[in-house]
Write a protein that binds this ligand. Structure first.
Ligand code: FRU
Length: 504
């Protein structure tokens, strides 16, 4: 009997061990950002809010951890921070792979897809035909539809696909569709190689070209992709915002998202300034678009990665994640108007007890670790200080890795330096310092930092200057220091741990 018990106990231990091995999160698995349980993801797609549920679809390759024939993966959430992965929504078919696009709630059943009063969700996406691409026809991308009558659980491809054939433009993709109420029609914003083309439709099935924008405007270091067009309110006026992702040609190399502010009259987008502006200067916020059907609230999520190295980042069973959802707004600074991004308030649900410190004098190095519980976990840190001296936050570990996030007074820039933050040898240009101009002219700078196991999102000056960056430490970070050689007083500091949203 005793022997039997010992064997049983041994088995239980072994099982427990195996279980903990299986469930041990991978070293770089993000804790509060969405990433697929396994395999490859890139752009967020078809983000739409319907009946209390946020839907996130995403470029997904279920057979590998590198990019391949694209599907639309699917995840749902009640609050944009706790996500549940769902079965794949769209599979490649005879017309091609399923590239990026959008989804809308067709409340008036303009498409006629609705049945028995059930409002259809309609996905508008690019079919990418691999065979035609190889034949170099230049016509391998075209726009198609799929619809769902059960709130995104199952999808039917439209028999009349494609709805927008290719007129002979090699890069012809990523349709973002929204309802334009003044003229009661749908507007499609499409990336067409080196410009944006706007189309309109009464029913999502027949599209008419309205205008082109941007051939000689903005940044053109790479192809234009994943656009979005939406209205934001500023001082009682509507300002139309046009996002355009570009790859390569970003301000810190590789992929990035620029934006234009202006007016849209249902036909033409007219920019109010021709200056190139970047939504996020960091290397790792790409292809971001906004949720449909959220009223005046405009919320974006981006792909936290960069085509320069996306296929080789050192994660194991998965590759790719989203940024945290960010609420977009507008803010004046130095006589100009800029887009702002702030973490959505829903994120607070994951934020633990706050440690607040006032008037922290830093000269040299100040060890914050002991003040915040002695451990470094994923966290949110906000601080304000006069922008009259250098200041940096440094995360370190026993392996000698160092991630530095700071403000450089001499150049008036913010930066994230991942030169020594861990593994960098998978890509030549990865280990470097990435900077962004400080746009605010306020005397006081305010920083909000979101740190996850392998990512940092810096929101400076109420979301005016953004830096999003991934990094891959060889061990977990164990120390959090604040540094300033010239000396600085942090008037206010708030620190809180951010807990895991869904264990992997
Ligand atoms: C942007 C992008 C899109 C395209 C998709 C393919 O990252 O290149 O233009 O639709 O990825 O996966």
């Amino acid at each position: 009997m005793q022997k039997f018990l010992i064997v049983l106990a041994g088995l239980a231990l072994a099982a427990g061990h195996a279980f903990s091995q299986v469930n041990k999160p991978e070293a770089h698995r993000l804790q509060y950002h969405f990433s697929p349980k396994a395999h490859w993801m890139n752009d967020p797609n078809g983000m739409v809010y319907s009946k209390g549920i946020y839907h996130l679809f995403f470029q997904y390759y279920p057979d590998s951890t590198v990019w391949g024939p694209m599907h639309w993966g699917h995840a749902t959430s009640k609050d944009m921070v706790h996500w549940q992965e769902q079965p794949i929504a769209l599979y490649p078919d005879s017309l091609g792979w399923i590239f990026s696009g959008s989804a809308v709630v067709d409340a008036n059943n303009t498409s006629g897809f609705g049945k028995n009063g059930q409002v259809p969700l309609v996905a508008i996406f690019t079919h990418h035909n691999d065979k035609l691409e190889k034949e170099k026809t230049g016509k391998h991308q075209y726009q198609s539809l799929a619809y769902s009558l059960d709130e995104g659980k199952t999808w039917t491809k439209y028999a009349g696909n494609p709805v927008l054939p290719n007129p002979g433009i090699e890069d012809f993709r990523d349709p973002k569709v929204r309802w334009y109420e003044p003229q009661k029609k749908w507007i499609m914003t499409l990336a067409t190689k080196d410009r944006i083309t706007f189309y309109s439709s009464p029913n999502l099935k027949e599209w008419r070209k309205e205008s082109e924008f941007g051939k000689n405007l903005g940044a053109h270091g790479g192809v234009w992709e994943c656009p979005d067009l939406f209205p934001l309110q500023h001082n009682g006026k509507t300002v139309w915002t046009l996002l355009v992702s570009i790859n390569p040609g970003g301000p810190n190399g590789g992929s990035a998202t620029q934006y234009f502010l202006g007016d849209f009259d249902g036909k033409t987008f007219t920019p109010s300034s021709t200056k190139t502006k970047w939504m996020d200067y960091g290397p790792d916020n790409y292809a971001g678009v906004t949720f449909a059907n959220t009223g005046n609230r405009i919320v974006l999520m981006g792909w936290m990665n960069n085509w320069q190295y996306a296929n080789v980042v050192p994660t194991q069973s998965w590759r790719g994640a989203t940024t945290v959802p960010r609420e977009l707004g507008l803010k004046e600074a130095n006589g100009d108007l800029f887009l702002t991004s702030s973490p959505v308030k829903e994120l607070d649900a994951l934020v633990g007890k706050t440690t607040s410190l006032n008037s922290v004098n830093v000269r040299g190095s100040y060890d914050l670790t002991a003040k915040v519980g002695g451990k470094v976990k994923p966290f949110k840190l906000s601080l304000s200080a006069l922008a009259n001296n250098d200041l940096s936050l440094v995360l370190t570990n026993e392996a000698g890795n160092e991630l530095i996030i700071g403000y450089d007074k001499a150049t008036n820039t913010y930066y994230v330096d991942r030169t020594k933050a861990g593994k960098t040898n998978f890509e030549k240009g990865f280990g470097k310092r990435n900077s962004a101009p400080r746009l605010s002219v306020d005397k006081t700078m305010s920083l909000t930092l979101l740190i996850d196991v392998a990512s940092v999102e810096l929101f400076a000056d109420q979301g005016l200057t953004l830096l999003t960056s991934v990094f891959f430490p060889e061990q977990d970070f164990t120390k959090l220091l604040i540094k300033s050689t010239s000396g600085v007083t942090i008037s206010k500091l708030a620190y809180a741990v951010i807990s895991e949203n869904e264990p992997h």
